[in-house]
Design a protein around this ligand. Structure first.
Ligand SMILES: [Zn+2]
Length: 388
């Protein structure tokens, strides 16, 4: 196991390391050609997110030279609740950059396991080109909201219905520390805001249930936002550190002064948001996802449920291509038997992970986390395959 406490201490002690990590991500984006799948057009803007692995420093070295960009994604959109509901497990419904970069990280981890390598538990850093949507974009109380909204990004996300709203009658969009859902396209979405999802990764691990079954644990060590905004540091700390349940693992949160990437949404507010998401990983993923349908760009509507149209980071692909064979082998179950298992029950095999998620969602404000309809989790590969 790597000594992340040391890495984290270095990050804490030396803000230039955060700048170096950010610079690597921006340079990596810059190394892509404009002909890369999913690369935004000249007059478009988007959000960029990346997972970076920062290795431990050696005792005689002050600089961290073991920085590797593992996954990267762009995107700002989320599929609404009722569009294409029959294809739920086959599409990538939440196409915000942070969520896509994390799903690509899951596939990367499965590929590492399949190659006989281990996945490091520590050293994982999330870099984002602006504060994540949701609570991290809600100005601190007492601040002039008009001034804030001119300088800081707006959340776009809405407080979960039924949440107890501020007794002073403030509009809920300005009440800090609430959990929020992302807006969908035409329909409301059931996806929690990126601030909420990152909070969950910080507490329960980035690896999710399926990798946990195979003994993988990946801890989020730090979040870096690539741009400094006068109003952004306080909400960022509140959203990702202070509102977490007592006793949660501590992550560090940074804003960096490195120049941003060319399609930054905050630097180019006048531009149209790019509707295509680019997903990349060091382990070979390079995809463009149409964020309207959550399937590969270029797939026709008629073909959108078919295998060739599906992203490798969709829940269906992750389960069939990676998780099923590995977990069946791990549990010494015949694969055919395993494929009949309900997705919800497969996730339930990760007893410790599920318990930590349950504990996380039992505490305010996360007790308002939206419960999704059964169609999201009660499906199995056999049923989906024959449904077409
Ligand atoms: Zn978001």
């Amino acid at each position: 196991m790597q000594d992340f406490s040391k890495t984290e201490r270095e990050l804490s002690l030396n803000p230039s390391v955060a700048d170096e990590v950010t610079a690597r991500v921006v340079a990596h984006y810059g190394s892509l050609s404009k002909f890369t799948k999913g690369y935004p057009k000249d007059l478009e803007s988007t959000v960029l997110a990346a997972f970076v692995h920062v290795g431990p420093t050696t005792a005689d070295s002050q600089s961290i030279n073991n920085i590797q960009v593992i996954t990267m994604a762009t995107g700002t959109r989320c599929v609404g609740l009722w569009s294409d509901s029959s294809n739920i497990p086959k599409s990538v419904r939440d196409c915000h950059a942070e969520v896509l970069a994390r799903r690509a990280l899951l596939v990367h981890a499965w590929r590492e396991l399949e190659s006989g390598r281990t996945v490091p538990e520590d050293g994982w850093v999330l870099v984002i080109s602006q504060p994540p949507c949701g609570d991290a974009c809600v100005p601190a109380r007492g601040k002039d909201l008009t001034t804030c909204s001119e300088d800081a990004p707006t959340t776009g996300a809405h407080a979960v219905r039924g949440t107890v709203i501020d007794p002073h009658g403030e509009p809920s969009d300005f009440v800090p520390a609430l959990v929020r859902t992302k807006p969908g396209r035409g329909h409301p979405s059931l996806s929690m805001s990126c601030s909420d999802k990152i909070a969950k990764w910080a507490v329960c691990g980035i690896q999710g249930a399926l990798l946990t079954v195979c003994g993988v644990r990946m801890r989020l060590g730090a979040v870096i936002v690539t741009q400094q905004h006068a109003q952004s540091a306080e909400p960022l700390r509140r959203a990702l550190i202070e509102r977490l349940p007592k006793g949660s693992p501590q992550i560090s949160v940074w804003t960096s002064s490195v120049a941003c990437f060319p399609h930054c949404m905050l630097c180019h507010k006048e531009r149209l948001h790019c509707g295509i998401s680019l997903v990349w990983s060091v382990s070979g993923i390079l995809e463009a996802i149409n964020s309207k349908h959550g399937t590969l760009q270029g797939a026709t509507r008629a073909k959108s449920g078919q295998d060739a149209a599906l992203s490798v980071i969709s829940p269906y692909k992750i389960l069939t291509v990676h998780a099923s064979p590995k977990i069946a082998h791990f549990l010494s179950l015949p694969l055919q038997e395993f494929l009949k298992m309900d997705y919800h029950n497969v996730k339930g095999l990760a007893v410790s992970y599920c318990a930590s998620v349950e504990a996380f969602k039992a505490q305010a404000p996360f007790d308002q986390w939206v419960v999704r309809p059964p169609s999201f989790t009660h499906w199995n590969v056999k049923h989906i395959t024959t449904q077409k």
